[in-house]
Design a binder for this molecule. Structure first.
Ligand SMILES: *Cc1c(COP(=O)(O)O)cnc(C)c1O
Length: 246
């Protein structure tokens, strides 16, 4: 077994245990492999073991990996590797990079302004595609965290306009829990996101919120306990991130 296979097997066991403890089915929690800072070969290895959804945090970094993936294939698959996987942008996106992002990614999980949503919608329309998006919510007061505050006028404005952005498919919410806080605070943050999701689904019937993307290597079990439908795991799968540059 490769190191990756071992980590993957351990992670799968732990995710199953967390699902079981929460009375949930393993199939109800999607594992996103966060491949940022790792080379395209890491995505290929993961994909050849059946992982399918990947998370990247920078447009430029993934653009070059995407070229590598278009030239490669996964054993047993007839299509280029790029077409055999789905890659989501999970990092902060400046609206001036929206066009490129809509082109190289299959989904954008970090929408945090109306301006960005409008730019992505325009770009997706030009490409003739429908782009799935998540709204990133900021639940901690740390100044540096991206995302919209739950009770902000900016979030309401975005939610009111989203149904009219015909080339975006709103799928739910995403958050990053504050790091280095007590477990009960992390849990409370995840619970808060789930409650917000239920509330928004009731308030905005023209939008759908099936996805709750929360939980990373250090806290995915808590996120599963609080209802995550997608967890984003990097380090626990790929090991410590190298300083990827290209
Ligand atoms: C890097 C990153 C992750 C994965 O973090 P790990 O702790 O390595 O699992 C998940 N979500 C986002 C938004 C990230 O930037």
């Amino acid at each position: 077994m490769s190191e990756f296979e071992e980590r993957h097997a351990r992670l799968e066991e732990s995710i199953s245990a967390a699902c079981h403890a929460a009375g949930r089915q393993r199939e109800d929690v999607e594992l996103m492999a966060v491949s940022k800072n790792h080379p395209a070969s890491a995505i290929l290895e993961a994909a050849s073991l059946g992982l399918y959804v990947f998370g990247e945090n920078r447009v430029q970094e993934f653009t070059s990996k995407s070229v590598d993936l278009s030239l490669a294939s996964i054993p047993g698959a007839a299509m280029p590797a790029r077409q055999a996987v789905r890659v989501h942008l999970i990092g902060h996106l400046q609206s001036n990079k929206a066009t490129k992002a809509a082109e190289v990614f299959d989904a954008v999980d970090s929408v945090d302004s109306l301006k960005l949503a409008e730019r992505l919608n325009e770009a997706a329309a030009k490409l003739g595609k429908k782009l799935p998006v998540l709204i990133e919510i900021k639940l901690s007061t740390e100044e540096t965290k991206a995302g919209l505050a739950p009770d902000s006028p900016e979030l309401s404005e975005l939610l009111e306009k989203l149904p009219d952005l015909a080339n975006l498919e709103t799928e739910g919410l995403m958050t990053i829990a504050p790091l280095d806080v007590r477990e009960d605070e992390t849990r409370a943050c995840f619970r808060h996101l789930r409650q917000l999701c239920d509330r928004l689904a009731a308030t905005y019937p023209r939008l759908n919120f099936p996805v709750l993307s929360m939980g990373m290597s250090g806290d995915y079990a808590l996120a599963i306990a609080e209802g995550a439908t997608r967890i984003r795991v990097g380090t626990a799968l790929f090991g410590t991130r190298p300083g990827y540059q290209k």
